[in-house]
Design a protein around this ligand. Sequence first.
Ligand SMILES: NC(=O)c1ccc[n+]([C@@H]2O[C@H](COP(=O)([O-])OP(=O)(O)OC[C@H]3O[C@@H](n4cnc5c(N)ncnc54)[C@H](OP(=O)(O)O)[C@@H]3O)[C@@H](O)[C@H]2O)c1
Length: 255
Amino acid sequence: MKTIGFIGVGELALYTIKGVRRGGYTGSILLSPRNHEKAEFLALQHGCEVRADNQSVVSNSDYVVIATRPADCLATLSALEFRDGQVLISVVAGIEVEKLRSVLPTDLKIVRAMPVSSAEASSSPTLIYPANEYAEAFFDYCGNSIVVDNEAYFTQGSVLACVYCWFFTLFEELIQATQGPDLPPALSSKLVMGMAKAAAELALTKVETPAEIVEGIATEGTFSKLGLDLLKQQEAFKPWREACELLQQRLVAND
Ligand SMILES: NC(=O)c1ccc[n+]([C@@H]2O[C@H](COP(=O)([O-])OP(=O)(O)OC[C@H]3O[C@@H](n4cnc5c(N)ncnc54)[C@H](OP(=O)(O)O)[C@@H]3O)[C@@H](O)[C@H]2O)c1
């Protein structure tokens, strides 16, 4: 089995490694030493090995994941030496392959991936660009890999990795709005998350679009339509669209 090494052991490394181990990945995982507490935790609890420095991670890995924050990415990569046949997997948002390539050997294979924190619960829909057998299999251990052959799709798709985060705020808002004397908070939470999961699961199995599903549910005279009409009247969905557009611009501007 191949060895994978992580440069940058922060939140992403933590949830991804927890997720792949939970999913049964048994391969060797090497870690950079900075952020010692997290690296030690992963070493003790999830069978990883903390190396002395970044170069030692790279020199002993077949696949190298760069998982620093965007601002640290290029400087960190430019200090490393890669050998023939290695693959760099960048999970760094907003830095395209061409920009990564500017500080890397011209023949190094580069793959981008965007796992989200539901990896920890084995359910990250992980965007991958371009196809790479090992990367796809690795991220399948913590959810499902979604491969795209066009970097523009990856960039636009990355916006949805942020929308994923906004869903939690929406969940919290709905919990606060529905809990009270008639509905205990724990039950409200269970129902909010349960309904969100149920809607996503139905939409994923149906051939109809989400808009068509709504049309079939929120028919004239229903309580669903009453609430939906109010949301539309207040233009509640407009800022979501605007927030997506803002991120799309920023993700491209970062390139
Ligand atoms: N978190 C998410 O939900 C998420 C989702 C999708 C993609 N991403 C991408 O994943 C990347 C990492 O995000 P994160 O949330 O894990 O960030 P993070 O928690 O801040 O972790 C980044 C880690 O990299 C370390 N680091 C910085 N420079 C380094 C170097 N030269 N060598 C070794 N380690 C170095 C940092 O150490 P110091 O703290 O000491 O600087 C920190 O421990 C980001 O580029 C982000 O765009 C994150």
